[in-house]
Design a protein. Structure first.
Length: 337
């Protein structure tokens, strides 16, 4: 007689010991997961946030919009906290030195400075008042704490702009330079020098009219038009004067009857808008986004012990209305954050 079949205790089912081992293994996996997710085992190294102070020479950031975009982009990529600081009054060297000292005392790891007065900055460096790495904008000044500089050749820029103007203006036109009434930035000084040298080299006479605030600009333009010349070409010394001159021309069509060209430097949104509308004939533009980006890169590389480069010279381009939509100028004029 066949014996009844009996289920084997060792096969087909997990014993109590197996269940216990399986339970312990699952508990171990859960604990391991929790420890990893809370960085108890695998701890990512903390990245230091570098404090960088940018101190410009102006009381407004109107001419620094693209620069700030580049600066902010680099800050995001390199884990930097960047403070952008304007002066209470434009081109005040003592105030700028005061702000440099303040930011240094407040814990800035590095400084980016557009100097108002190179001599005062040099004195502060010589007296060891500035003790953190410093990047200069628009200056070739050397010093122990200066780790790099970013600038453009504003003298050559002035020469190029004047050369373009001379090729296009009527022979009987009078050249008017609208200049700052008060102090000029170092870029403004070099730019004006380039203009006057190129005019002199070509034997072209010119008249300088000084203006400062917008309320005096129309009076200055009226003086130019009252000179008796049928054609007037205007060279502006700074982006502010270029913007104000174009705005005055846009408000009063009578100005454009005598003015056959308005030239200057800068690539702010307002300047490009007036250029597109035909109130500005030509402007020289620098890659300001790149200046902002590389200045922060220089500072961070120095803080990380890497070689950041000592001097960077940014190219400039002469731009007219038809150039605004050219692909080659798109990144320089209309950078995307």
């Amino acid at each position: 007689m066949r014996k009844p079949w009996k289920r084997s205790k060792s096969k087909g089912m997990i014993g109590k010991k197996g269940k216990l081992l399986l339970f312990c293994y699952m508990i171990f996996l859960v604990v391991l997961f929790l420890m990893c997710s809370t960085d108890l085992i695998i701890r990512e190294p903390e990245q230091e946030v570098y404090q960088i102070a940018v101190i410009i020479e102006d009381a407004s950031d109107n001419n620094y919009s693209n620069f700030r975009k580049g600066m902010d982009q680099a800050a995001v990529e390199l884990n930097a906290d960047v403070r952008f600081i304007t002066l209470y009054e434009k081109l005040e060297p003592d105030q700028q030195i005061e702000f440099i000292m303040r930011e240094q005392q407040d814990g800035a790891d590095a400084l980016i400075v557009a100097p108002v007065d190179e001599q005062k900055l040099f004195d502060a460096l010589s007296q060891k008042q500035i003790t953190v790495p410093t990047v200069l904008l628009g200056s070739g000044l050397a010093g122990e704490e200066i780790i790099g500089s970013i600038s453009s050749d504003y003298k050559k820029m002035g020469q190029e702009l004047t050369s373009q103007m001379l090729r296009q203006m009527p022979q009987d036109a009078e050249v008017i330079i609208l200049s700052e009434q008060k102090k000029r930035s170092m870029a403004g000084e070099d730019f004006r020098l380039g203009i006057t040298q190129e005019l002199g080299r070509n034997g072209c006479a010119y008249q300088t009219i000084y203006c400062s605030e917008n309320i005096y600009l129309k009076e200055s333009l009226q003086k130019a038009m009252d000179s008796g010349k049928r054609h007037i070409v205007i060279l502006t010394e700074s982006p502010e004067i270029l913007t104000q001159t174009a705005a005055a021309a846009a408000e009063d069509s009578n100005f454009m009857e005598s003015i056959c060209g308005i030239y200057g430097r800068g690539s702010t949104t307002a300047i490009l808008n007036y250029l597109d509308r035909g109130f500005i004939t030509g402007t020289c533009a620098v890659d300001e986004f790149g200046m902002g980006y590389y200045s922060v890169c220089m500072a961070v590389k120095e803080l990380e012990g890497l070689e950041g480069g000592k001097a960077l010279r940014m190219d400039y381009q002469y731009i007219e209305k038809e150039d605004l939509r050219k692909k080659e100028y798109e990144k320089m004029l209309f950078p995307i954050e």
